[in-house]
Design a protein. Structure first.
Length: 136
């Protein structure tokens, strides 16, 4: 069910041999992502449960889920970029069926993130699912 953009990330991860290279790759994905407009960095878009500051701004276009996001931490910006590759463009009614844990496990992220980062990642996924449920 993963998007082409997410499959490209999986392929890139398979090419990279060690976690340090993968970590740099995640940070680079975050750097490549356009920053969220400061006007959208409000309490309503802030994700609770993350050690760093995280904002997610969902939108529905032609029945498909999309979101933009930002963080004050480079690795978290990268995780947002990966989640965007996983969820952006998915029909809004199918967002809840995306097995994010399984898809992200393909990248080995579950093995290499700190407990705080893992909790934050779960909080972001929860926010994405909740936003899609509200839109259905």
């Amino acid at each position: 069910m993963a998007s082409e953009a997410f499959e490209e990330i999986v392929a890139d991860f398979e090419f990279l041999d060690d976690w340090e290279d993968r970590y740099r790759y995640v940070i680079e994905k975050g750097r490549d992502m356009a920053p969220l407009d400061d006007a959208l960095k409000v309490p309503a878009t802030r994700v609770e449960g993350c050690a760093s500051q995280v904002w997610l701004h969902p939108r529905i276009e032609d029945g498909r889920f999309h979101f933009d996001g930002d963080s004050d931490a480079l690795i978290v910006r990268g995780l947002i970029a990966i989640l965007r590759a996983l969820y952006n463009g998915v029909p809004v009614a199918e967002v809840g069926r995306v097995d994010a844990r399984s898809e992200l496990a393909r990248l080995g992220l579950d093995e290499h993130l700190s407990a705080q980062r893992s909790n934050g990642l779960r909080a972001m996924i929860g926010r994405i699912r909740a936003a899609a449920e509200e839109a259905v």
